[in-house]
Design a protein around this ligand. Structure first.
Ligand code: PSU
Ligand code: MN
Length: 317
C-alpha cells in the first residue's frame, strides 16, 4: 500500500514514516535499472545499494514512475517490472516528468529527476553511480543532472561524473552553476570508471560528519542548489584508465556518425563500454553504487542529527 503525500508523489510507508520521524533517508534513481545496466545486474545493483545504505542505518527508497505515478520506495516487484527490457520502459528526465504523468508512462528516473522528486518531500540525500555531464565533442548534449544540482536542495553522492563525458568541461559547468563539489577523501575528481583523472578538486573532506557540515552551511546560506559529493571508485573494481579511454573515444565518434544524440547518448556510450570491456564494466558500476550508498547512508545519518525533525510539510501529518 502506498500513501499519497503530495500528488502525484507516492511514498512507501517505510519512507513516509522515516521522514515523519526525522530518520535518515537515502533515495536512488532508477534510470540505472532501465537504461544503465543489463538484466539481471540492473535490479541486483539496487538491492546491493539498498543493503549498503541499510548497513549504514538509513532507510532506502528507489524512485521511479509507474503508469504515471511517481513513487519513492519501489517494491521488489515494481523494480523487476522496471528492469524488464521487453516492457521498453522510458528514461524519465526532469523535463519528461510532466509528460510522463499526463501520459501515464512507466520509466526509470534519471538522477536529476530523482533529486527533484526527492527534494519535494524533504529527502536530502540521493545516491547514484556517476552523474551525467557535458558530453565530449562533437556532441552538444549536456545532462540536466547538472541543472537540477543547481536548483534542488539535495546532497548527491556519486563517484564523479561518468567519464564518457568531458570531465573538465563538466567540472567547469558545475562551477558556473555554483554547485559545490566536495571530495569524500578524494583530492582528484573520480570519473566513475577510474580514479586517476588528474583533475584537482578544490574542496575535500575526510569524513561524513565534515561533509554534513558543508550541506548544513549551504542551507544556512539559503543557496537554492545542492552539494555534489564525490567518492573514490573502490580500487579493486576500478578500470584501467587507458583502456577505457580508448573505448570511450571510439564509441563517442561512432555515436556522432550514427547521429545518436539527446537522452539516447548516455545509454549508448555506457552500453558500448560494457560491450567492449565486458563484466569488469558492470562490476565497477555495481561496486561504486554499493560503496556510494554506504557513504550516502552515513551522510544522511549525520544530516538527520544536524537538522533534526520532520520536513515542514509533514508537520502535524
Ligand atoms: N549512474 C549510473 N548509471 C546510469 C546513470 C547514472 O551508474 O545509467 C544514469 C543516471 O540516471 C543519470 C543519467 O542521470 O544516466 C544521465 O543521463 P543524461 O546524460 O541523458 O542526462
Ligand atoms: Mn541530455
Amino acid at each position: 500500500m502506498s500513501i499519497p503525500i503530495r500528488a502525484p508523489i507516492l511514498l512507501a510507508p517505510e519512507v513516509r514514516e522515516a521522514l515523519a520521524e526525522g530518520q535518515p533517508v537515502v533515495c536512488l534513481e532508477s534510470a540505472i535499472v532501465t537504461h544503465g545496466l543489463p538484466a539481471p545486474h540492473n535490479t541486483q545493483s539496487i538491492w546491493r545499494a539498498a543493503r549498503a545504505a541499510r548497513n549504514a542505518n538509513a532507510v532506502f527508497g528507489t524512485v521511479g514512475v509507474l503508469e504515471g505515478k511517481i513513487k519513492i520506495g519501489l517494491s521488489d516487484d515494481e523494480l523487476r517490472a522496471l528492469g524488464d527490457p521487453s516492457a521498453s520502459p522510458h528514461k524519465v528526465g526532469v523535463r519528461d516528468l510532466a509528460f510522463a504523468i499526463a501520459q501515464r508512462w512507466t520509466g526509470g528516473t534519471t538522477l536529476g529527476a530523482t533529486a527533484w522528486i526527492a527534494s519535494r518531500v524533504g529527502v536530502r540525500v540521493i545516491v547514484t553511480g556517476g552523474i551525467g555531464g557535458v558530453h565530449r565533442a562533437p556532441h552538444r548534449d549536456e545532462s540536466a543532472d547538472l541543472t537540477i544540482l543547481s536548483q534542488a536542495p539535495v546532497a548527491v553522492v556519486c563517484a564523479g561524473p561518468k567519464a564518457i563525458c568531458d570531465l573538465e568541461a563538466t567540472l567547469e559547468r558545475l562551477e558556473t552553476l555554483a554547485v559545490p563539489v566536495v571530495g569524500m577523501g578524494a583530492r582528484e575528481l573520480p570519473g566513475f570508471f577510474y580514479n586517476d583523472t588528474g583533475i584537482h578538486l578544490d574542496h575535500t573532506v575526510d569524513d561524513e560528519a565534515s561533509a554534513a557540515r558543508v550541506f548544513v552551511a549551504q542551507r544556512a546560506l539559503e543557496r537554492k542548489g545542492g552539494v555534489l559529493y564525490v567518492c573514490q571508485v573502490p580500487q579493486a573494481a576500478a578500470l584501467c584508465r587507458k583502456e577505457v579511454e580508448g573505448v570511450i573515444e571510439r564509441a563517442n565518434t561512432r555515436a556522432a556518425e550514427e547521429g545518436v544524440c539527446g537522452k539516447a547518448l548516455t545509454p549508448y556510450l555506457l552500453q558500448a563500454v560494457q560491450n567492449e570491456i565486458g563484466t569488469a564494466a558492470i562490476s565497477v558500476n555495481l561496486g561504486v553504487l554499493e560503496s556510494n550508498a554506504f557513504v550516502a547512508g552515513r551522510l544522511a545519518r549525520h544530516l538527520a542529527r544536524e537538522v533534526p525533525g520532520p520536513p515542514p510539510f509533514l508537520e502535524g501529518a
